[in-house]
Design a protein around this ligand. Structure first.
Ligand code: AHR
Length: 616
């Protein structure tokens, strides 16, 4: 491998080449990134279009003799009227004595709440009643027997119609990753509950995100976040699509919605504002994908699409507008008077073939460019397969392939036209044959594809892997980059392959040539970047060996200024494993993991051993 380290011969890589794609799929957000522990906090799941239900809230006690549960539409929140009515039939005295521990309801969260000893949890609930109440708010083990934290709410209500907000901070005296929240009483009477939330007091930067999951994202140094999804943005039906205005403002007033593509309810605690906040917290640019009036099964005619266009314009004003603008003022009221750095928007997802897409797109494009000329607009129409008949800054390109095909696609963009809209590879992954739940084979093929992207980054300006997260209890789609449950997490080999590219955005891709007769199974690239922390320049050479033999590769690096080179501290990092199909798991989270060792013979000329099926 010949590498020329002269930056003059290299090419700058875009600042935003590698980012992440967050989709609300696999309970990535609700029951995942968003740290809310209660599932269905408003007893609303289902929403107006699907009969609502209180799942997974369940009863504690005997429904015939100790209490009855029902819902009514008496909530004080206009957009989510359903409230839970609990009539307690037993008491501390008389003929119908309540069982020890009381009767009531519990919420197991999203397959168990992770409660940790010494940590604090804020529980908020809205209550009304016809008289005095004594309700224990508790965090308990999965069967309710072990109490991890508890607090009694004792109150008296004069007016049955008036809702009162109650707040309790619980400190856990023990840990259990499979806990639940209980609201119990031993007192006869009727109590209504609504909007019950339990949040850990410690979240990422205090912004409500689960820290361990965000740490994994931060470690990838993503330069952008595409959100809130692909199909999730479209919906099976427009009435169930993500509508940003319903996801902002106080959490209690958000109606929530049923995502009918991935088939689960979200309370929308993780809303448009929170996505913008997450982008800022990670130092990544938001890439906001919005519905262009098209779902999987219905679409708005172009002549009627203007309300959707206005909704998009309003979303941009919400992100960027002055704090005294109509929508900017709502952002400011939510605690962020400064604008968010929104520079990219995508119109729809995989909708190019739909009848109204192009017509709708042009209406959006013209209106957005008129109001915000600097915003970069991404079309769903892929310039590879057809010449664009509409203006765009970027075109979406989605690649889901077998490993073999993905490896070959490393050269996909070599021949792409260099003019016009740039490519945004907004979803790529090895899926299908032999991909398992994410194995070494998939990761190597993806790494090869990314090397190709690095080398073609004059035309491919942005790229992100799909899907980012999976809650192991709800695998709608495999493989994924990060697997988690209530308390554990690990990166799949695909996650670790992306690690090798963390410094690529803003670096210089150097001129390099592979002179080998095994070049059909090897692919390499070299980058150089300046590290702002120590002011030094670094060189990184990446090679994928995609066959079953060890390769002894001679690497020659020209163009380095001899006096400026510091070889000590050079490393060789390898991603490989005993078996090509090896996967990580909760039991063996680091089975396929980058392994770093000092590179003893670092220098202008190096002999480097590439292990069979490895990324080095
Ligand atoms: O990532 C799952 C789905 O795959 C995305 O929602 C969609 O864009 C693609 O087809």
């Amino acid at each position: 491998l010949l590498v020329n380290a002269s930056e003059a011969l290299g090419r700058p890589i875009p600042e935003t080449l590698f980012g992440i794609f967050f989709e609300e799929i696999n309970h990535a957000g609700a029951g995942g990134l968003w740290a809310e522990l209660v599932s269905n906090r408003g007893f609303e799941a289902g929403g107006p279009d699907i009969p609502s239900n209180i799942d997974p809230w369940s009863i504690i006690g005997d429904e015939d003799s100790s209490l009855t549960l029902s819902t009514d539409r008496s909530s004080c929140f206009e957009h989510n009227k359903v409230a839970l009515r609990m009539e307690v039939l037993c008491d501390t005295e008389g003929t119908n004595i309540c069982p020890a521990g009381g009767v009531g309801i519990y919420n197991p969260g999203f397959w168990g709440m992770n409660i940790e000893k010494g940590k604090k949890y804020k529980v908020v609930l809205y209550v009304r009643s016809s008289g005095a109440i004594n309700v224990s708010v508790s965090l308990t083990g999965p069967n309710g027997l072990e109490t991890l934290a508890t607090h009694d709410i004792i109150a008296s209500f004069r007016d049955v119609a008036t809702w009162t907000k109650m707040e309790v901070v619980l400190e856990a005296n023990a840990s259990n990753p499979n806990s639940r929240l209980q609201l119990t009483t031993t007192r006869k009477g009727v109590i209504w509950f609504d909007q019950v939330s339990a949040m850990p007091m410690e979240t990422y930067k205090g912004h409500g995100f689960r820290s361990d999951l965000v740490d994994m994202l931060a470690d990838l140094k993503p330069k952008f976040i595409r959100f809130p999804g692909g199909c999730f943005v479209e919906g099976e039906w427009l009435r169930n699509a993500f509508r940003w205005k319903a996801t902002i403002g106080p959490w209690e007033e958000r109606p929530g919605h049923f995502g009918d593509v991935w088939m689960y309810w979200t309370d929308d605690g993780l809303g448009y504002f929170e996505f913008l906040q997450l982008s800022e917290d990670l130092g990544a640019l938001p890439v906001w994908v919005f519905n262009s009036g098209i779902s999987h099964n219905d679409q708005v005619n172009t002549s009627n699409v203007m309300p959707f266009v206005q909704e998009a314009l309003d979303s941009i004003e919400f992100a960027r507008g002055y704090p005294n603008s109509t929508w900017g003022s709502i952002r400011a009221a939510m605690g962020h008077p400064e604008p968010f750095d929104l520079r990219h928007v995508a119109l729809g997802n995989e909708d190019c073939g739909k009848k109204n897409y192009r017509g709708n797109y042009v209406k959006f494009y013209n209106a957005i460019k008129k109001a915000y000329p600097d915003i970069k607009i991404i079309t769903n129409c892929n310039r590879f397969s057809q010449k664009l008949d509409h203006p765009a800054d970027f075109y979406d390109y989605h690649v889901y392939k077998t490993a073999k095909d993905m490896f070959s696609l490393a050269h996909l963009f070599d021949l792409a036209s260099r003019n016009g809209a740039k490519a945004f590879v907004s979803e790529y992954a090895v899926t299908r044959k032999h991909a398992g739940k994410g194995n070494l084979l998939a990761a190597l093929a993806e790494a090869a594809f990314l090397i190709g992207i690095e080398q073609n980054s004059d035309i491919v300006r942005m790229a992100c892997y799909a899907r980012l997260f999976v809650n192991d209890n709800d695998r709608r789609w495999s493989p994924d980059a990060i697997v988690f449950n209530s308390s554990q997490l690990y990166g799949t080999p695909s996650y670790w392959a992306q690690h090798f590219f963390r410094e690529s955005s803003s670096a210089t891709v150097l001129h390099s040539t592979l002179l080998t007769n095994t070049s059909t199974s090897l692919i390499a690239s070299a980058i150089m970047w300046n590290n702002t922390d120590d002011g030094k320049s670094y060189l990184r050479i990446k090679i994928v060996n995609f066959w079953n033999n060890t390769v002894n590769l001679k690497i020659s690096v020209d163009g380095l200024e001899p006096n400026s080179i510091q070889l000590s501290g050079s490393n060789k990092t390898e991603l490989t494993s005993g078996n090509l199909m090896d996967e990580n798991s909760f039991k063996e989270p680091k089975k396929v993991n980058p392994n770093q060792n000092p590179l003893e013979n670092a220098g202008k000329d190096m002999d480097v051993v590439l292990l069979p099926y490895s990324l080095t």
